[in-house]
Design a protein around this ligand. Sequence first.
Ligand code: BG6
Length: 468
Amino acid sequence: MKSKFPKDFLWGGAVAANQCEGAYNEDGKGLSVQDVLPRGIRGQRTDVPTEDNLKLKAIDFYHRYKEDIALFAEMGFKVFRTSIAWSRIFPNGDDEEPNEKGLAFYDDLFDECLKHGIQPLVTLSHYEMPLALGKKYNGWMDRRTISFFERFAKTVFERYQNKVKYWLTFNEINAILKAPFMCGAILTDKEELTESQLYTAMHHQLVASASVTKLCHEIIPDAMVGCMILGVTVYPLTPSPDDVIKTMLRDRETYQFAHIHARGEYPSYLLRYFEKNNIGVDITDEDKEILKNTVDFISFSYYSSICESANESAKMTGGNLSKGFINPYLKSTDWGWQIDPKGLRYTLTKLYDLYSLPLFIVENGLGAEDVLTTGENGEKTVNDDYRIAYLNDHLVEVEKAIDDGIPVMGYTSWGCIDIVSASTAEMKKRYGYIYVDRDNDGKGNLERYKKKSFYWYKNVIETNGESL
Ligand code: BG6
């Protein structure tokens, strides 16, 4: 069948600095929140970096990016999503001057991408805030953090204006309400935070997101800026109207973030929620003006759908930050994330129906345990047919959405090379087309090997999706 993907569809892969770079204290980098989170999202943070934290070295992308980008180019990537580690540029977050060595690293990285015809898609903040901002200001709890973020954004927009045309502000911006330390460098324990405090931190991030969107449009007029949202797909567990209403309310908790970025103002239901619950968030007139700077596209991560139910005793299931109820029609991964390709078409359609903005799938993939074997040609490989099946099924649904008339800009599968996972901070949970020799104990020589999915994806890109 003739491919429905547009000719300029941005095929590629995605990572985040803290999960791949390593070199956690090299060339002037300051500590980030990830350097003290050895067990991932739900684990305890440590006082100082500890050896068991795999992210400190990760897959050593900092020193091996040339080799890795050459492999991405071999697959035919048109785009590569990564983040800029804020603490490489401003080690303490509030420094007056940027760290030149950090800036030079990303210059080289982006040059390397462009050399291979790969467009960088850059996330400004991907769960890796400077730890010092937490210690000094309690992160996004403090309004001053907005101006530190603006300084960081201005610095990188000016520096990379001729190299980077696609930007995302905050990775999974709605996660701040769920994981305030990892997403916001907020040192106060979540249990001790009042709703007013949590929503205040959220508000500061939203203002910062709109403010840097404006800055980007001024500094790089031909750039596109997007927001990035997590966990957008929820179904009612049953046709019970109670489950439907519960789902509707839960949807709003997520969609409110897309709404603010796309429509430039708070939705009335969120303001009403503040009012009814005595939640005090200082939304100034100036903030309201800033929020009017809307994004050019909406991006999101999609791994799974979840169900919502009014019946609290129905069973719960996984996801890294979004828990839900088990859908009896779907199978789950080894990490308990339910696999739902059709949910991706549903999500694209719903987001477009609501906001009429172009969409970008910037994360999708299967986290699985891989076994390295020797292939027919004598080279080491992984026969990851399960990953190919997952990705193929999802892309078929993306194509259907495109055929329905939804503008989808691109697709960057998550962890295109094996990296340290975010929720559990392990190497065992792999997403890549490229296997990296490192295990959960940190052992391995970091060699890279092409998996079967490497050749599969290469063919998908080469045929612009016709081979699906
Ligand atoms: C997303 C994050 O939520 O999920 C990534 O943006 C993360 O940072 C990805 O890696 C997959 O989650 P995990 O826990 O399997 O790495």
